[in-house]
Design a protein around this ligand. Structure first.
Ligand code: ADP
Length: 323
């Protein structure tokens, strides 16, 4: 539905923010773009609704170039949620949410019905909140209004740029749950930028991992966990997945295996092809295991090494993990 063909962005000062991006976001998909600060996520997002002009390549929405859409038509049909929601302070909640439906000249009744339904979806009672002003709401409630304002005119596409990152953890989790529920009932094509892998894994149908303006890998959360394209993806995804249940092979831990050869004791020997889970199971009973490959003893592994292995992985994540 949203197709990027060789899209690049170079800012006037010469900064190359996005390089030759190719991707196809499907209809109804919840597509999460994630990457370290400065990797080009926001630039990529804002090129979709032409808030930022692209330098090279083409973006298509439903096979029509975005440059061929009337700019109002494009913006009104793409909901947009920012990190710091900018509700109009002098307008009521109802007026704030109704802005785009009114621009689109929807009938009053239809607008009102939609506004009420959306408020209920995010757990805000319309009778209580419709006539309030934004400052009479908490930060989390205001952000909820920001989300439903983006949905109010029934856009086909919704863009969200770190919409929850300014919220406290509880409001954040509540809004993530709301978004998931809304997405299940009204399937929108959503492009969601975050630097929080936990959020990405929770919400995404597919995740696009970016680094230095380029796509490193696109895949479902499970695909990224099972088959990370490289160490960068592995460390990024690994922050929230120890990989224990995902079939790490013993070879993956080979660095930690000592080169010494010990007198074999049959009950302590395992094959190099033993699954990681089974090896852990053995280690719950034995302090040390001997590893065998094609009939030759290739080393040993003990509990301490496994702890060290995961400690190293966690360390790596802190370097690349977030903003
Ligand atoms: P992210 O959203 O991943 O943090 P951005 O898309 O905001 O990344 O930025 C990508 C790169 O482009 C960064 O190096 C940033 O400094 C640069 N950049 C962003 N906006 C501008 C601008 N208006 N002018 C020049 N450089 C910019």
């Amino acid at each position: 539905m949203i197709r990027f063909e060789n899209v690049s962005k170079k800012y006037p000062d010469g900064t190359k923010a996005v390089h030759s991006v190719n991707m196809d976001i499907k209809q109804g998909e919840f597509f999460v773009i994630i990457g370290p600060s400065g990797s080009g996520k926001t630039t990529l997002l804002k090129m979709i609704n032409r808030l930022i002009p692209l330098t090279e390549g083409t973006i298509f929405i439903n096979d029509k170039k975005i440059s061929e859409y009337n700019i109002h038509e494009l913006r009104w049909n793409i909901g947009y949620v920012l990190q710091q929601i900018a509700l109009f302070p002098h307008m009521t909640i109802e007026e704030n949410i109704s802005i785009v439906p009114e621009l689109k000249k929807w009938a009053r009744k239809k607008t009102k019905e939609n506004v009420m339904e959306l408020l209920q979806m995010v757990g805000l009672d319309p009778d209580t909140y419709l006539q309030r002003k934004p400052m009479e709401l908490s930060g989390g409630q205001q952000q909820r209004i920001g989300v439903i304002r983006a949905l109010a005119a029934d856009p086909k596409i919704v863009l969200m740029d770190e919409p929850f990152s300014a919220l406290d953890p509880i409001s954040r989790e509540k809004l993530q749950d709301d978004i998931k529920e809304i997405q299940n009932s009204i399937k929108k094509t959503t492009v969601f930028v975050t630097h929080d892998m936990e959020e990405a894994l929770k919400l995404a149908d597919r995740i696009c991992i970016m680094k230095n303006g380029e796509i490193v890998q696109i895949g479902t959360p499970q695909e990224l966990i099972d088959n990370p394209a490289n160490k960068f993806v592995e460390s990024f995804v690994g922050t929230h997945q120890t990989g224990l249940q995902k079939g790490i092979k013993l070879e993956d831990v080979m660095d930690s295996i000592q080169e010494e050869i010990l007198p074999p004791s049959p009950s302590h020997v395992i094959s190099i092809s033993t699954s990681f889970e089974d090896m852990l199971e053995h280690l719950t009973k034995k302090e040390k295991l001997i590893i065998e490959k094609d009939g030759t003893y290739v080393g040993t592994i003990n509990r301490q090494m496994i702890i060290q292995y995961f400690a190293n992985k966690l360390d790596g994540n802190q370097i690349t993990g977030g903003k």
